[in-house]
Design a protein around this ligand. Structure first.
Ligand code: AMP
Ligand code: FES
Ligand code: ZN
Length: 307
């Protein structure tokens, strides 16, 4: 297989995009894609101060690397959750974030939950009796709160997370399976800021997890391979596996699922019935109702075939 751009031997074959690239061209292509989505969804500008939430994983460290290469003013924040079961997960991921920031001369803020709030997340979870024995619910709550607080207190314009297409498609799948209207209205690449809440964005929302894995590997970025010890057996993991099976048989379906959702919502999938009806106009040719400003689709088709 040859690189589509330069014709040398390809290092990465992306069936989902019908695109194979060599190492060098792939390492340019990923940031170009990310830049395209930052612009498309109007996430932030080069003048703004950006705070990247880094977990030590491939997505968030890879994203920080991309933003710096693209010339954005991006600092990092790491939240020490105190998850030290088995592999000393938190300690190890903190070390990797610190290593990345010092290697690149970047600013990393560290918030230690145990020091700030008296207990690590697993203990908070037990004490608060939330989440059926697993700390994930409390962990999510803590992360959202602390990220927002850190961004606001330190005067950042926008908070960036490393959620990738696989994450977004799995959440969308769960929300659709349960017809969670409220969540479906809000899920997206950008959550605008308002009083008390900083703007939140996901520049990797259209980048596949395996593309990020290849990017961090080829960029030689050291990241934590292990998953959080509490993630095993979660429903999100199960939905990701299901979508991977689908993707394997029909490359690109994960992307279509997510991107078409965003497009359909933008063109009114969730708009109330009255508004849809109001937006219908009589076709200037036949007088029947149409949603376009001009000729209805029938008249356009007749026009076309009679040319
Ligand atoms: P997760 O919820 O673990 O899938 O992570 C999603 C995103 O949240 C990551 O890509 C990071 O941007 C952010 N994140 C997760 N864990 C941490 C952490 N301990 N500190 C800072 N950011 C985090
Ligand atoms: Fe929060 Fe696993 S419980 S990362
Ligand atoms: Zn090439």
């Amino acid at each position: 297989m040859k690189c589509r751009i330069c014709g040398r031997k390809a290092a990465v074959n992306m069936r989902q995009h019908k695109l194979a690239l060599c190492r060098d061209d792939f390492l340019e292509w990923v940031p170009q894609q990310v830049e395209r989505f930052i612009q498309k969804y109007k996430m932030f500008t080069r003048e703004e101060r950006v705070l990247v939430a880094v977990s030590g994983g491939k997505d968030s460290l890879g994203l920080w690397d991309i933003l710096i290469r693209l010339g954005y003013r991006a600092d990092g924040v790491y939240i020490g959750l105190g998850i030290d079961e088995g592999i000393a997960y938190s300690g190890k991921s903190q070390e990797l974030c610190e290593k990345f920031s010092s290697n690149h001369g970047l600013t990393l803020h560290v918030v230690d939950i145990r020091k700030e709030y008296g207990h690590p997340v697993p203990v908070m979870s037990e004490l608060s009796r939330r989440g059926k024995g697993k700390p994930c619910a409390v962990c999510g709550l803590v992360k959202r709160h602390v990220m927002n607080r850190a961004a606001r207190e330190m005067g950042y314009d926008v908070l960036v997370t490393g959620h990738n297409l696989d994450d977004e498609a799995a959440v969308l799948f769960a929300n659709t399976l349960h017809w969670e209207g409220e969540y479906l209205l809000r899920q997206g690449p950008l959550l605008p800021g308002r009083e008390g809440l900083v703007r939140k964005v996901k520049p990797l929302c259209r980048i596949y997890e395996k593309e990020m894995a290849a990017y961090t590997l080829l960029r030689d970025i050291d990241y934590i391979y292990e998953e959080c010890p509490f993630a095993a057996g979660s429903t999100t993991t199960y939905y990701k596996e299901l979508l991977n099976k689908l993707e394997n048989d029909h490359p690109g379906s994960k992307m279509t699922f997510y991107v078409k959702f965003l497009k359909s919502r933008q063109s009114g999938l969730f708009v109330e019935k009255e508004k849809i009806q109001q937006s219908l106009h009589p076709c200037p040719n036949c007088g029947q109702l149409t949603s376009t400003d001009d000729l209805c689709s029938f008249c356009r088709m007749i026009d076309k075939i009679s040319q």
